[in-house]
Design a protein. Sequence first.
Length: 222
Amino acid sequence: MKMRDQSFAAIIILLLIIAASCGQQMEEEPTVYTAELSSLNQNITDQPVTGSLTVSVKGDSATIELNVSSAAPNIMHLAHLHGYEDGSEAKCPAFPEADNNNDSIVDLIETRDYSGITMIPFHDDPVSLEIKTDTYSKADAQGNLNYSKVVSMQALSSAVREKFGIENFNFDNFVVYIHGVSQDTTLPESVQSLPDVPAKITLPVSCGKLERSTATGLQQDQ
């Protein structure tokens, strides 16, 4: 009888070890957010600018992976997350509904009704939240653009809270934009941009809505 009790206790301990191990593995799984980029203003770019964004959050680290195809070659492209200061959900603009001035182009200012404002840049220092810089990624001769960065979630959340007042930072409230067309592109004067920044630099050419992954092993509470 004593031997049976010892065996039973050993089984219980083994089960507890396995359960703890499984729980630890589940806790270590990242939370993943993805966006599939769809072309915008293709009547200007002539070909669809597509790609994907993945943000993988594990502990205090957020790994940002951006891949873009068919962008204007050999130039730097601004890439940002856009959102609302009240924390509501942003979305990509629809054409022609978003074309408020009927010039057949959805410019940066016209995206605000759908996507809010520019918040998080994808350049050398996303946590700085600085928009005007020359450290954004440059497309190669084939129009391919690749960007990868690891940032501190605590630092990024603090920066967003301090600058925009967003208390509960959530990636799936944002959309990602790729901006920029070649310098030889002709744009009408009606295309709006930021002060002192040419419209050719800020023209949106692709947009994607970030969604939290629901795949098994990727969903976890925050």
